[in-house]
Structures are given as C-alpha cells and as structure tokens.
Design a protein around this ligand. Structure first.
Ligand code: NAP
Ligand code: 12T
Length: 339
C-alpha cells in the first residue's frame, strides 16, 4: 500500500490519473491531490470520497511514496526534484527530464526493466511516441527497424484542457454561424484545419514535438541507430492521436508476419478488416488503454518496408495509463510482503 500524490490533478491528464488509480485498483493507503492556487479548493472524488485540491508546497510531499505528476514542464522542473528529495518516486508526464541520462524513460511494454535504475524520477514519454513504440517494439525484435517515417494526426486534448476548450469554442461559434473566436492556444484556427505545427520550431526546421519523437524513440527502444523522420500535425479531433507509420527493416517483413507478431504483443489490438470498413478509429479508441493498429500493407517498392495506421487515446495510454503502469512496475520491484 502506498502514500500517493497526484500533482496537476485538475488537468486533462490528472483527471484520467485519478480514474485509472480507481479502475486498476492501485493499492493506495493515502492520497492527496495537488495543483496551482487556481484550482486549490476544487474537489476530486476518489473511491467515493471527496478530497480538496491543495496548492503544491514542500510540506505536501512529506511521507508521500509515489507522485504521479502532470504539470507544465517548468513546474515539474522546479517541484519533481523536491518531491524526490523528500523520498518519493516521481512519475513525470512532462518533457522536463525525459532526455536526462540519469532518468529512465519508460513504456512498460518496451523497457519495463529501466524502472529499476531510477534515482527518484521516472519520465513518461510524449503521447505520440508512446503509441508508436508499442507498435514498433515487436517488429524491431523480429526484423530490426532501421528507419521510421511517421505523420501524426494529433487531437487537441494533447495540448491540455485549454486545447479542448478552444476546439469547443470554435465549433460552437461555427454551428451558430458566429465569427470564430481568435485562437489563443494554437497558432491558427483549429476548426476546419490541420496545423503542421505542434510546439515550437527549432533551427533544423522540425518542431520540438517532432524531435521528441526522434530522441525519445531511440532512448526507449535502447537503439540510437533507429532513424525517425516525423511530421506532427494537429487536427480538429478532441481525443486520441492517429499516426501513419512506415518502417524500413533489415530484412523483408510481410503484413501477415507483422500481424502475427502484433497479436502476441501486450497492449496492442489489431483492427484490420478493410473489406468490412474495419480499421482503427480515433473515436473508437477513446477511453481504451490499448494501442490499435490496422491498414497494414507492404510498401510498393521496398520489400523490407511496411506501412500501417496506429491509434490510441493520448490521455490514457499516451499519458495516464502509461504512468500508472510504471507505478505498478515499481510495486513489482518490492518484496511481496512490502506491497
Ligand atoms: P492541463 O490540462 O493544462 O493541466 C495542467 C495541470 O498542471 C493542471 O492541473 C494545472 O493546475 C497544473 N499546473 C499548472 N501550473 C501549475 C503550477 N504553477 N503549480 C502547480 N500546478 C500547476 O495539461 P495536461 O494535458 O494535463 O498536461 C500536463 C503535462 O503532461 C504537460 O507537461 C504535458 O506536456 C504532459 N503530457 C500531456 C499529454 C496529453 O496528451 N495531454 C500526454 C503526455 C504528456 P491548475 O488547474 O491549478 O492550473
Ligand atoms: N506540446 O508531453 O501540444 O511533451 O500535443 C505532449 C503533447 C507536448 C509532451 C501537445 C505537447 C507534449 C503536446
């Protein structure tokens, strides 16, 4: 049984964390919910009990063993080391520590073993990276992936509560035939649009979100030789990210071989019956924990390449589910009597 704190409990990811701790029956002996002064005083229901959200303070981490954190990265950079120094293991959803050499970056289906060498902070990867590596891992183990070309179709909830509010406001104005309110979260109106920009641009012409997919994939898969060529696009979808992925491997791989590998893999569901219009859809993935793959086909010019479509709920497997699974891996490391 663990003393748990959920930091960023009022956020899009934080809300799912609370539900996942309930659903997965996480062994909680005490729990508290933290956020900024803005949400302090709001209430959270957990296992039928009502809790009041408190502001983050040093004292709030006393006695806490596991912190599930989903705040902006600047907030995590300040507070996660404080919580870790107070004795907790922090599972952090932000990008603050992901590429630090002494911080494990974990997707349990891929590298659960890395949880063991944590020094108080474990990073949860970016949502687009998580669903992609769950699909890549079984293929990589079998045929060694050399290169990945990926285009994402990312939902507005990836940008948090304010992204959802912005799509809702523009959609409401659109159906009432009113002027579309000017964008504040996104660089352009998201209604009726696809925005080829997520996060800021870097001097190499890629966005930070795209470069997260490059570096995080290599770190999680433990193979810096995998090349990743990403394009990250925001689409007017509320929940679940979709991805078009092409992989090039060291040897030929057929769709049937990939399907056989995926059917044996944890956390993955194959939905691939195009004749009956069955393939993974964002709306079908909402509220589910799996990564869904379909539209599986060979490349027309390269026998070593495979093309597929990959969908997952970004707030569940892309964030909260993965974080709670990491917490479950921590429990497994303890002698049975201590759990
Ligand atoms: P969000 O909906 O905007 O929620 C942010 C949370 O952080 C809120 O609870 C907010 O509390 C809290 N917070 C903000 N400033 C704070 C401060 N100064 N002190 C304490 N708490 C503060 O965002 P989100 O989508 O849940 O994302 C949270 C983090 O997870 C981000 O780093 C994001 O990049 C990462 N992430 C998100 C996704 C996704 O799909 N959304 C996936 C993977 C990772 P208040 O209500 O008090 O402001
Ligand atoms: N900018 O976890 O806006 O690094 O969709 C996740 C989602 C950063 C992250 C987004 C982002 C992250 C977004």
């Amino acid at each position: 049984m663990k003393n748990v704190a959920v930091v960023g409990a009022s956020g899009a990811v934080g809300e799912r964390m609370v539900r996942l701790l309930e659903e997965r029956n996480f062994p909680v002996s005490s729990i508290k919910f933290l956020a900024s002064e803005r949400s302090a005083g709001k209430s959270v229901t957990f296992r039928g009990e009502t809790f009041v959200i408190q502001p983050i303070t040093r004292e709030a981490f006393e006695g806490v063993e596991i912190v599930l954190s989903s705040t902006p990265s600047g907030v995590s950079r300040e507070w996660s080391p404080i919580a870790a120094a107070a004795g907790a293991v922090v599972i952090d959803n932000s990008s603050a520590f992901r590429m630090d050499a002494d911080v494990p970056l974990v997707v349990p289906e891929v590298n659960a073993g890395d949880v063991a060498w944590n020094k108080g902070i474990i990073a949860n990867p970016n949502c687009s990276t998580i669903q992609m590596v769950v699909a890549l891992k079984p293929l990589h183990d079998a045929v060694r992936i050399r290169r990945v070309v990926v285009s994402t179709y990312q939902s507005v909830s990836g940008a948090g509560m304010s992204g959802i509010v912005e799509l809702e406001a523009q959609t409401g104005a659109g159906v009432r035939n009113e002027p579309i309110p000017s964008p504040s979260k996104f660089a352009h109106p998201i209604l009726g649009n696809c925005l080829p920009q997520i996060d800021d641009f870097l001097p190499n012409g890629y966005t930070k979100e795209e470069m997260k997919m490059v570096h995080e994939t290599q770190k999680i898969m433990g193979d810096p030789s995998i090349d990743v060529c990403p394009t990250c696009v925001r689409v007017p979808v509320a929940y679940s990210h979709s991805e078009s992925i092409m992989i090039e491997a060291e040897r030929p791989i057929s769709p049937l071989e990939a399907i056989a590998l995926w059917k044996k893999a944890p956390g993955l569901t194959v939905v691939d019956d195009p004749a009956n219009k069955k393939y993974p859809l964002a709306a079908d993935a909402v509220g589910r924990d799996d990564v869904f793959v379909g539209r599986i086909r060979g490349d027309l010019s390269n026998p070593n390449a495979l093309v597929f479509w990959c969908v997952s709920d970004n707030l569940r497997k892309g964030a909260a589910t993965n974080a709670v699974q990491i917490a479950e891996e921590l429990l497994k490391l303890e002698p049975a009597g201590a759990r």
